[in-house]
Write a protein that binds this ligand. Structure first.
Ligand code: GLN
Length: 475
């Protein structure tokens, strides 16, 4: 039998029901492995003690309800440090919120508790979810378990690392411009960014409110579906959540039309990543799916639009963290000094950079030139994608340009921002997207995972799961 901590959600749920495993044994396997491996990875900021009452309740429920018990019942999950769990610290990996203790559960946590899931710890991330490497955490960087001289991606790098290292069965991350999908790709996992509004943001520490979504990082596509089903749904606490069937229903066909915007990866993508991508497409066509050429001309402006809209929203969202009402406080001579000192000490460099950028693009005189232009580009992008979806069921590209990079390699912020080139569009258009492992490429003698990325029309997550499973079958 696979070691319990190495199981998928599906395998563990099955083993629990077959009485080959107990909830306690599953918890202990994950907790012991986590205590052993975490010091070498720095993937958890905090490991939670066993909640005996929750473990016992989950066991009773599995015993009593069997197959009817939710698949997540008794499964240890890791939670990104920007999602509130009542009574636990949620710091967004920032000194600003180092001691902030959540007073309520995020809606996703409430739903997971109802499903009987267990929480094993809170995971490291780039401060306030800004970054692509988990190097911008106030609590030190997270190492990629596949090759510890490399980054695990970001900003949900901790969530990716704990699942890849088998010290959690699955994890939740958040994705504003790629922060679930890119770390999933760089650690060999599946990562899903749901349709904007599919999952409640209540209890998620906001980064860019029109872009943020919570989603799963898992070892398989079916696990991603299980977690997604458990956390989705309209929520009175988040008025941007959408009812079922808001968008036109897409049939999940057995054979897909896969749209490939080849003009987008003429440059930038490393040669062997592109080869693996083409080989994956070839296997998919051999399995009966078809490729269609599509053009997404405005995509080349997506990154620029994102890096205007996102900081604008960051600057407004983080304005509340002034060190007076809550958060890190530093005394000064005047009230203004208090604000300046608290925010200068509390925020890291990347956070401060984005607050400044956001304040600038929203300032009178520049808002038309920057923010409104970016917003207009966003509308065009969405139209172009909708047009492409008349010909294609899904749109495919590589998730990233390269496999995991080394620490410090992208010290220049612009080169770091380029990491998001393929992922940001799904956040700008609000469409769901998934990254699924497509193979490995070799760097310095190590096999490093890379991912294939699919985007689907709004509320067509089912199509993504079907496409993801198709890749798992041919890989
Ligand atoms: N890497 C992107 C950024 O730094 C995406 C972040 C995210 O999705 N939270 O903005």
């Amino acid at each position: 039998m696979t070691r319990p901590n190495e199981m998928t959600i599906e395998e563990a749920a099955h083993a629990l029901r077959a009485r080959e495993l107990t909830v306690r044994a599953l918890w202990d396997a994950c907790a012991t492995a986590a205590a052993e491996k975490n010091p070498g990875l720095n993937a958890y900021i905090e490991l939670f003690p066993a909640d005996d009452a929750a473990i016992d309740a989950a066991q009773k429920r599995v015993d009593a309800e069997g197959e009817k018990a939710p698949p997540l019942c008794g499964i240890p999950l890791a939670i990104k440090d920007n999602i509130l769990i009542e009574g636990k610290i949620a710091s967004s990996a920032s000194k600003m919120l180092e001691n902030y203790c959540a007073t309520y559960d995020a809606t996703v946590i409430k739903k997971l508790k109802e499903a009987g899931a267990l929480f094993i710890g809170r995971t490291n991330m780039d401060e306030f979810a800004m970054g692509s490497s988990t190097e911008h955490s106030a609590f030190g960087k997270t190492l990629n378990p596949i090759d510890t001289i490399r980054v695990p991606g970001g900003s949900s790098g901790g969530s990716a690392a704990v699942v890849a290292a088998h010290i959690a069965i699955a994890a939740l991350g958040s994705d504003t411009g790629g922060s679930i999908r890119q770390p999933a790709a760089l650690t060999g996992l599946v990562g899903l960014k749901p349709t904007y509004g599919a999952v409640s943001r209540s209890g998620l520490i906001a980064m860019g409110s029109s872009l943020d979504q919570i989603g799963p990082l898992t070892k398989s596509v079916s696990d991603a579906k299980i977690l997604y089903e458990a956390i989705r749904g309209q929520d009175a606490l988040d008025s941007t959540t959408i009812p079922d069937g808001l968008y036109e229903k897409r049939e999940v066909s057995a054979k897909f039309h896969i749209g490939v915007p080849r003009h987008l990866f003429r440059e930038g993508v490393e040669a062997d990543v592109l080869e693996t991508f083409e080989a994956t497409l070839k296997k998919l066509t051999d399995a009966g799916h078809t490729l269609v050429d599509i053009e997404l001309p405005t995509s080349s402006h997506a990154l620029a639009a994102y890096y205007v809209i996102m900081p604008a929203e960051v600057s407004t969202n983080l304005a509340r963290l002034d060190g007076i009402r809550y958060g890190h406080h530093a005394n000064g001579k005047t009230l203004l000094d208090d604000y300046v000192n608290s925010r200068t000490e509390g925020f890291g460099e990347e956070t401060r950079r984005r607050i400044l950028l956001g304040t600038f693009v929203l300032s009178s005189g520049y808002i038309d030139a920057y923010y409104r232009k970016a917003d207009a580009a966003r509308a065009v992008l969405r139209r172009e994608y909708m047009e492409a979806f008349k010909k294609a069921d899904i749109i495919a590209f590589p998730t990233t340009l390269s496999p995991a990079f080394k620490f410090g390699e992208k010290g220049d912020p612009l080169s770091m921002y380029l990491e998001d080139i393929f992922t940001v569009t799904a956040n700008l258009t609000g469409m769901p997207a998934i990254s699924v492992p497509m193979g490995t490429v070799v760097r310095d003698g190590k096999h490093l995972p890379i991912g294939i990325h699919f985007t689907a029309p709004h509320q067509a997550e089912e199509v993504l799961f079907a496409a993801g499973s198709a890749v798992e079958k041919v890989r």
